[in-house]
Write a protein that binds this ligand. Structure first.
Ligand SMILES: NC(=O)c1ccc[n+]([C@@H]2O[C@H](COP(=O)([O-])OP(=O)(O)OC[C@H]3O[C@@H](n4cnc5c(N)ncnc54)[C@H](OP(=O)(O)O)[C@@H]3O)[C@@H](O)[C@H]2O)c1
Length: 271
């Protein structure tokens, strides 16, 4: 029987949508979940795909989706969003919201599927993190904090559940061309408000272009990395785009001070 895969955040144009498409084409029984069925696009009529509504912030919604799926062989925690603005101009509610979707959401799904995977002695959990889950940068501190938390949970899980035959993997993309940027919550200087941080925002926006001079990666490429993790799973962390590979390789090779200096130079940050 085909293995069942549940993926969160499968709206059109994003990484989850591309992963659902690729896994379905390989014959998996894909449960592509979206907050609103209207955003499922071509997945609604795709072979091997069942579209379900699921909001990771709502326990009842998670429970209802899991009840419809039954046994989940592969969980891909992909849903996420980003608060964008200097830390001083964010609020505690912004931080709570960021964690509700990016940390508590995946955790709800993990708690939901783990007992079944443990009883069956098999399963794969793929958590879509980010290069920002390893390296914090200006302007997206709340997002970074949420992805660092997801990385920590994943690392602990790896120690605890590989014993039961369950694999855990982290996918770490850099820039990817999806609706992610349009879905950001912009705050303070990030929303263009007059601010002591305005100059930093403008320097950081130019830095992004220096990191991906050839443009951001395509969601299909990241989906391919997810498929590789699901099928082969021979490593824990998967830097998933060329800019992520570049930054994370540099990070590993340098002290904190060397890395900050190198990034400032490479990205032209004089702030
Ligand atoms: N694009 C990048 O540059 C990039 C880089 C590194 C990591 N990532 C990570 O990749 C993952 C996918 O992002 P993407 O680039 O494909 O962006 P995206 O197109 O904005 O996809 C995000 C998905 O998450 C869904 N979502 C948001 N809040 C949700 C909630 N409460 N419950 C269920 N689903 C929710 C969105 O649904 P709606 O359409 O309903 O909002 C959307 O389907 C995210 O975890 C993101 O952090 C992206």
């Amino acid at each position: 029987m085909a293995k069942s895969v549940l993926i969160t955040g499968c709206s059109t144009g994003g990484i989850g949508h591309a992963a659902a498409t690729q896994l379905a084409a390989k014959g998996y029984n894909v449960f592509a979940t979206v907050r609103s069925a209207a955003k499922a696009g071509d997945l609604a009529s795709a072979e091997n795909v069942t579209v379900l509504e699921l909001d990771v912030r709502e326990q009842a919604s998670v429970d209802a989706a899991l009840a419809q799926v039954g046994d989940v062989d592969v969980l891909v925690n992909n849903a996420g969003f980003e608060v964008w603005g200097p830390l001083e101009e964010t609020t505690v509610d912004d931080l709570k919201d960021q964690f509700e979707t990016n940390v508590y959401g995946p955790f709800r799904l993990i708690l939901g599927v783990l007992p079944g995977m443990r009883n069956r002695g098999a399963g794969v959990i793929v958590n879509v993190s980010s290069v920002a889950g390893r390296v914090a940068a200006p302007i997206n501190g709340l997002y970074s904090a949420s992805k660092w938390a997801l990385e920590a949970l994943s690392e602990t899980l790896k120690y605890e559940i590989s014993h039961f035959g369950i694999r855990v993997h982290l996918i770490e993309p850099g820039g990817v061309e999806t609706p992610f940027g349009d879905n950001r919550r912009l705050v303070g200087a990030g929303a263009g408000e007059e601010s002591p941080y305005s100059e930093l925002i403008s320097q950081w926006e130019q830095a992004g272009q220096r990191l991906t001079p050839d443009g951001a990666a395509q969601p299909d490429a990241v989906a391919g990395v997810i498929v590789d993790a699901v099928e082969n799973g021979n490593k824990f962390r998967y830097p998933a785009t060329p800019d992520a590979e570049f930054v994370l390789t540099a990070r590993k090779a340098m002290t904190d001070e060397q890395f900050e200096e190198a990034m400032r130079q490479q990205l032209g940050i004089t702030w």
